[in-house]
Design a protein around this ligand. Structure first.
Ligand SMILES: Cc1cc2nc3c(=O)[nH]c(=O)nc-3n(C[C@H](O)[C@H](O)[C@H](O)COP(=O)(O)OP(=O)(O)OC[C@H]3O[C@@H](n4cnc5c(N)ncnc54)[C@H](O)[C@@H]3O)c2cc1C
Length: 472
């Protein structure tokens, strides 16, 4: 074996929410040659290979029970950066954090970011992530001008919207099932300040919540909602909305300072005194139905009145990074996220039914987040002309089976309402559910590309086997 390629035998690997754990041979490639060595080893030993970025997927997208997992975080070099036009080329292990820290001082921000800056560009392309501006900017894949990827055959392909366009639209959002990105070129977005103009206000129920996101979206660069999934009756779906807008050129007199990395960096103490590392422990006693109801009610009442303020890009986008390892507060069983994407015509009825059902079953979600979306033309797309609702659920030994059953019921409600699912989030989407929302034609196109890129089924993950395993 190549001596450069380090690996640790059979390490247990987890999803982001610590609700799944499977052992795999973990490799840490440093370059394309190392990836080829891993492919060779897999072929010789009859093993499958899964690419892994930062492992921030909520489900089984980056784990591979009994197989090889390639942790690509060491392939993290910025290969080229041109501040005159905002084009950047990176290795797949570069994180969103590294990306904005490189480009913001020159006045450029990533066009699309996830709610955490710890994700890698390889993982973000693998999932084709969306941000709080999906309705306006689409997914990250819409800003990729070119990528190179290695196929299990050892061939390297270069893809852009025009060159190998079918592969471009399938590998982005393809969850590493067709090839492994080795370099990614992205068009960044020009900004003239390190600040955003933010407006926050409360919404009393689901109907108002969705109507106001829809009305706000065309007027703003970003919009996102927090939904209190513990509120019931006339308050069902209440929450708080945020919109944010870039500042125009010249609007920020201190732009030279606010664009600096130090200005953006999130504080490491809460209220200036409590080390943030202690927060998950302090949150733990509240992570039960009654505790979350109390915290959410206080949050809703305090946030009901409209506020406007300026906030740094990092503070607005990466709110969840304020509390590192917040997921630990969910306890031993961890958490899972259920995100559904619904057309704007059916969202209100479907989510009313789902939120009511979760409360009736005594398994309310502890965090709900809403966004406005637009469709895109990637092959395994999760987007719709409508909204998404992401719901976080605590998993315990006593609710595990009931929760899985309830989420299967949710799947049926979403399918009946013409909705879609996201393979970076949901843990229970079945092969049949995927067939129903993606359609047979899309699946056939995916199968044909799989045959072309990976005829011996080397690239597989637990997610791949769950969704596509039966269809080989
Ligand atoms: C707190 C939090 C907030 C989030 N917010 C959002 C959000 O706002 N919007 C959103 O869309 N998602 C969001 N996510 C989900 C997250 O952005 C995606 O799961 C993303 O894929 C994670 O990136 P990663 O580097 O951790 O990739 P991993 O989870 O390690 O991998 C994700 C997928 O990409 C594949 N992959 C990884 N590297 C490569 C490569 N080099 N080549 C080919 N395939 C590869 C993997 O095989 C896997 O299928 C959030 C997750 C968390 C934990």
């Amino acid at each position: 074996m190549n001596s450069k390629l380090t690996y640790e035998k059979f390490l247990p690997l987890e999803n982001f929410g610590h609700s799944l754990r499977t052992p795999a041979y973990l490799f840490r490639p440093r370059d394309a040659e190392d990836i080829l060595t891993a492919f060779k080893l897999a072929r010789e030993n009859g093993l499958t290979v899964t690419a892994r970025g930062a492992g921030r997927s909520y489900n089984d997208a980056a784990i591979n029970g009994g197989g090889i997992v390639l942790d690509l975080q060491q392939m993290n070099r910025i290969l080229a950066w041109d501040p005159t036009c905002g084009l950047i080329t990176v290795e797949p292990g570069v994180t969103i954090c590294q990306l904005w820290q490189t480009t913001l001082p020159d006045g450029w921000w990533p066009p699309v970011v996830s709610g955490t800056m710890t994700t890698t560009l390889g993982g973000c392309l693998g999932a084709n992530i969306h941000g709080k501006n999906n309705f306006r900017m689409g997914t990250i894949g819409e800003h990729v001008t070119e990528f190179t990827a290695l196929l299990p055959s050892g061939a390297e392909v270069t893809c852009s919207p025009k060159k190998n366009g079918d592969l471009f639209r399938a590998m982005i959002g393809g969850f590493g099932m067709l090839g492994i990105f080795t370099s990614i070129t992205l068009q960044m977005k020009r900004v003239y300040s390190g600040l955003l103009n933010v407006r926050a206000w409360g919404v009393p129920d689901l109907k108002t919540h969705l109507a106001e996101i829809e009305a706000a979206a065309p007027e703003h660069n970003y919009t996102v909602g927090w939904l209190d999934a513990t509120a019931s009756g006339r308050s069902l779906g209440r929450g708080q909305l945020h919109t944010a807008d870039y500042l125009a050129e010249g609007e920020d007199p201190a732009a030279a300072q606010t664009l600096r990395v130090e200005y953006q960096t999130l504080p490491d103490k809460f209220f200036g005194v409590v080390p943030k590392s202690l927060l998950p422990l302090l949150m733990k006693p509240f992570m039960n139905n009654l505790g979350v109801w109390g915290v959410n009610t206080a949050k809703y009442l305090l946030g009901a009145r409209q506020k406007t303020y300026r906030q740094s890009h990092a503070a607005f986008h990466f709110l969840l990074d304020y509390i590192p390892h917040w997921e630990i507060a969910y306890g031993r069983g961890g958490l899972i996220q259920y995100q559904s994407f619904l057309p704007k015509e059916t969202a209100l009825e479907a989510w009313t039914e789902m939120l009511t059902l979760s409360q009736k079953r005594g398994i309310p979600s502890y965090l709900g987040v809403t966004k406005r979306h637009r469709p895109d033309n990637f092959l395994l797309s999760h987007a719709v002309d409508g909204f998404s609702l992401a719901l976080d659920f605590k998993v315990t030994d006593s609710n595990r089976t009931r929760l899985a059953r309830m989420l299967s019921e949710f799947d049926e409600i979403v399918l009946q309402a013409g909705g879609r699912f996201y393979f970076a989030k949901n843990s229970e989407t079945s092969a049949e559910t995927a067939r129903r929302f993606l359609g047979e034609e899309t699946l056939n196109r995916f199968r044909a590309l799989k045959k072309r890129c990976d005829p011996h089924f080397v690239l597989e993950s637990d997610l791949y086997r769950r969704i596509f395993g039966e269809q080989q």
